[in-house]
Ligand binder design. Structure first.
Ligand SMILES: Cc1ncc(C[n+]2csc(CCOP(=O)(O)OP(=O)(O)O)c2C)c(N)n1
Ligand code: SF4
Length: 490
C-alpha cells in the first residue's frame, strides 16, 4: 500500500473543486504550459504558509485570469478591465488588516489600466500587485500589448511591432521604480525551474512586506502564453529566455523594505477630528437618543441655487456628529445655477456599502421636475416632501405618502428664499425623528457667520417641522374619520 508518499499536493488556498467546469473540476481553464497557473500556485502557497487565507482578498482582472475567483478560496473581487489596482486600493483602505492582491495581465495593467497602476504605486498603496507579462493580449486572441516586443507579430501588428508606428515596449517595473513610494519592485521569469524558484521568493517577499505593513509591492512575472505565441510549452519557455529577457531584464528594481511614508501632517480619523473640534461628547449623546431609526436613505433633488447639495451636506454632517456612518453623493450638471442637481445621503449604523440610493426612504423634491423624475423610485413605506402647497395638476397617485410643504413660500415670508432648504430640513427632521433639531442648530451656528441668516435658518427649521406636524395630524384625523365612516356604514 505504501508504495509512494505524497510530497506535493494542491494548496488549501485553492478550492477543492473548480466549479466553473461541469466536468474535470480538478483542472483550471488555462491552456497547457500557460504561466498563469504557475503564478496562481506560487501565490496560493505563500498565503497558506503565512496562514493568511482568511484575511486575503484576491482581485482578479479582465483577461485570461478573469476566473481566478473560481480557484482561490479567499475573498474575491473581479474588477473592470484595468481597474484591479484601484479596486485593491479601496479594499485595502477599507480593510487595512487584510492581505490584498491585485493580479493583472499586461493588457489589463499596462494598457487600459496604466493610470490606475501608476497612481496606486505613487500613493504607496499597501497592496501587492502581481503583473503577468506575456507580451500579448491572451484572452482576446493575440492583439498587440504595450509589452509586445519590437518585431513581434500580433493580430494587430501582423507585420511585427514597428517603433515608428506602435512605439516601444513599455517597461513597467522600471517605470514604477522611478516613483518614490513603492517599497518593492522586482521582475522575475518562469522560463525555467531555477527562475520559478526565484519568482516564488519574490511573491512571498511581496506578501510578507504587505503583511508587515509596508507600502506598495510589485512583482512582474515574464510568463509563457504558448497558445497565442503558437509554440509548444517548451518553445515558449525558450522564447522568454532568448527574446524577452533582453528586453525585460530580471532583477530587483526597488527594495526599501519597511520604509513607512512619514507625512508632515499626521493622519487623523473622522472620530479624532470630531474630538479635536470638541463635538464628540455631543455625538455620543445624540446617537444614544436616536437609536430607533438607524438607517435613512434620502434623495434631495431640485435645481442649482436651491441649496440642494448643501442640505445634503448638512444632513450628512449631522449624522456624522451623531456617530453614524454617512455618505453624501452629489450629482449635478455643468451649470452652477438652475441646472438640475440632486444628492443622495445615507445615514447608517453600519458602514455604508454603496452611496447610491435607488429607493429612498425620503425624497425631498424641491421642484416639479424632480417630483416627476424621482417620485416613482420611492417605495410604499417611503415619503415624498414636495416643495409646494399642492401637487401639480394631473400628478398620478403614488404608492408612497406625499406631504406638500410650501417651503419656498415659508422661506420668503421669513425674509429670504435661501432658507427654503432649511424648511425642508425641518420637515425631514419632524418626519423621521432621526436626528434632533438642536444638532442642526449647533451645526448652523458653527457654519453660518451672518447672524441674521442664522436666525432665519433656525426659524425655517422650526416652521418646516411645524408644517409637517400639522399635515401629519390632518392626515391622521382624516384617516380616523374615514375609518369611522366605514364602521358606521357597516
Ligand atoms: C473595457 C474593456 N475593453 C476591452 C475588453 C476586451 N478584453 C478582454 S481581455 C483583454 C486583454 C487581456 O490581456 P492581458 O491583460 O494581457 O491578459 P491575458 O489574457 O494575456 O492574461 C481585453 C482587451 C474588455 N473586456 N473590457
Ligand atoms: S491564451 Fe495564453 S495567457 Fe491565456 S490561458 Fe492560454 S496560454 Fe494562458
Amino acid at each position: 500500500m505504501d508504495e509512494y508518499k505524497v510530497i506535493e499536493q494542491k494548496s488549501p488556498v485553492f478550492y477543492e473543486k473548480y466549479e466553473r467546469k461541469g466536468e474535470l473540476q480538478h483542472q483550471t481553464h488555462y491552456c497547457p504550459g500557460c504561466g498563469h497557473g504557475v503564478v496562481h500556485k506560487l501565490i496560493a502557497e505563500a498565503i497558506a504558509d503565512m496562514g493568511l487565507q482568511d484575511r486575503s482578498i484576491f482581485v482578479s482582472p479582465v483577461g485570461c485570469s478573469v476566473f481566478a475567483y473560481y480557484y482561490f478560496d479567499t475573498g474575491n473581487v473581479q474588477a473592470a478591465h484595468g481597474r484591479a489596482s484601484a479596486v485593491a486600493t479601496a479594499l485595502k483602505r477599507a480593510n487595512p488588516e487584510s492581505l490584498v492582491i491585485s493580479y493583472q495581465g499586461d493588457g489589463d495593467l499596462a494598457a487600459i489600466g496604466t493610470a490606475e497602476i501608476i497612481h496606486a504605486a505613487n500613493r504607496g498603496e499597501k497592496i501587492s500587485v502581481f503583473f503577468v507579462n506575456n507580451a500579448i493580449y491572451g484572452m482576446t486572441g493575440g492583439q498587440m500589448a504595450p509589452t509586445t516586443l519590437v518585431g513581434q507579430e500580433s493580430t494587430t501588428s501582423p507585420w511585427g511591432r514597428r517603433p515608428s508606428n506602435e512605439g516601444y515596449p513599455l517597461h513597467v517595473s522600471e517605470l514604477l521604480s522611478t516613483l518614490e513610494a513603492p517599497v518593492y519592485v522586482e521582475r522575475v521569469s518562469l522560463h525555467d525551474n531555477k527562475n520559478i524558484m526565484k519568482a516564488r521568493k519574490a511573491v512571498r517577499k511581496a506578501l510578507e512586506l504587505q503583511r508587515d505593513g509596508a507600502g506598495f509591492t510589485f512583482v512582474e512575472v515574464l510568463s509563457p502564453c504558448p497558445t497565442i505565441w503558437k509554440m509548444t510549452p517548451q518553445e515558449s519557455r525558450k522564447w522568454i529566455e532568448e527574446k524577452m529577457l533582453a528586453v525585460f531584464p530580471l532583477g530587483v528594481y526597488r527594495d526599501r523594505k519597511l520604509a513607512p511614508l512619514n507625512d508632515a501632517v499626521p493622519q487623523v480619523t473622522v472620530n479624532q477630528l470630531l474630538a479635536l473640534e470638541g463635538i464628540r461628547e455631543e455625538a455620543h449623546v445624540e446617537s444614544a437618543s436616536t437609536e430607533p431609526h438607524p438607517d435613512l436613505h434620502v434623495n434631495i433633488a431640485g435645481f442649482g441655487g436651491q441649496g440642494v447639495l448643501l442640505l445634503g451636506q448638512i444632513l450628512a454632517e449631522m449624522g456624522m456628529r451623531a456617530g453614524r456612518e454617512v455618505s453624501w453623493l452629489p450629482s449635478y450638471g455643468p451649470e452652477m445655477r438652475s441646472g438640475s442637481a440632486h444628492c443622495y445621503v445615507c445615514l447608517a449604523k453600519e458602514r455604508v456599502g454603496s452611496p447610491l440610493v435607488e429607493h429612498p426612504d425620503v425624497l425631498i423634491a424641491m421642484n416639479e421636475i424632480s417630483l416627476h423624475k424621482f417620485a416613482k423610485q420611492v417605495g410604499p413605506h417611503g415619503t415624498v416632501l414636495y416643495n409646494s402647497a399642492k401637487l401639480p395638476a394631473g400628478f398620478p397617485p403614488q404608492q408612497c405618502m406625499i406631504y406638500c410643504i410650501p417651503a419656498s413660500e415659508i422661506a420668503d415670508k421669513l425674509g429670504t428664499t435661501k432658507a427654503t432648504n432649511m424648511v425642508m430640513l425641518g420637515a425631514l427632521l419632524e418626519l423621521t425623528h432621526t436626528l434632533p433639531k438642536e444638532s442642526a442648530f449647533a451645526l448652523l451656528k458653527a457654519k453660518v457667520r451672518n447672524q441674521k441668516l442664522l436666525t432665519v435658518d433656525c426659524q425655517a427649521i422650526d416652521e418646516g417641522m411645524e408644517c409637517l406636524r400639522k399635515q401629519r395630524d390632518t392626515a391622521l384625523t382624516d384617516a380616523h374619520k374615514h375609518e369611522d365612516q366605514l364602521a358606521h356604514s357597516r
